[in-house]
Design a protein around this ligand. Sequence first.
Ligand code: ZN
Length: 314
Amino acid sequence: MKPRIYINDVAVRDGFQIEKNVIATETKVALIDMLSQTGLAKVEVTSFVHPKLVPNMADAAEVLAHIQRVPGVAYTVLVPNLKGMERAVEAHRARGTIDEINVVMSVSETHNRANINRTCEESFADFAVMIGIAKAAGIRMNGTLSTTFGCPFEGHVAEQRVMAFAERYAALGFDGVTLADTTGMGNPAQVKRIAAEAVRRLPGIEFTLHFHNTRGMGLANVVAGIEAGIVRYDGSLGGLGGCPFAPGATGNICTEDMVNMLEDMGYDTGVELDKLLAAAVKLPAIVGHEVPGQVMRAGRTLHLHPVPEKLYTQ
Ligand code: ZN
């Protein structure tokens, strides 16, 4: 049996949050519905961030109310703070549409303050309250550690600090932890070392790796993570993405490029690549610019071309 890799697409959240054009709610819903039909394990559908900070996420509850849930797909939302938690749980109580809440803090103190205006200790204090609210509503909790593989202000962060923070999430009762390379500073050797240590220390935690392809190392980092034993990966349709508060943070790794690579390598992603590509080609018209995805241009690896005619006539 082929080894299984589980993929979460974050384009509608991590991708759309930085787009300047306002994207219509029904466009988001239609795209999420297409993604739900591809075989993805999880879709991050929106963020309950303050609408003034990220206008494209103002319709979070609306989006959740209108998507067609597909059994077997987990629907996750980003919640940045206690206020967002109240809004998310209210939306969940109305329609029962949230399987998992994802909260975020940075391992780097400087980035955490720049990103969410909190010290790391203040973030953990909030999470201790938030997990109680989520569990009471029957929602799983995932905790993200941004800047795990490097901070644009502080450089590489101490690996001991990454481990200590992952352990604090686990001690609070979180189900999963995402190790995120927010600005594409991670390299495969480092990813393999940190991922292996995290899995060794916390075997009961579902780890996910989240990479940005800022310096072209995204897919190499996925291979390194798999070698270290991690089976869950975030990707973004078309390679959309970035971070509004991290200088120079460009696209997430592209989901369909990752699926194409993993399927070629003999892994089972559960994803139908053609369906994913059919969704990806819609993106440039939605966001109003080209997107970085490569397989959507080149075609899947075994998309063969006719042999040039001159081969026969020579
Ligand atoms: Zn990201």
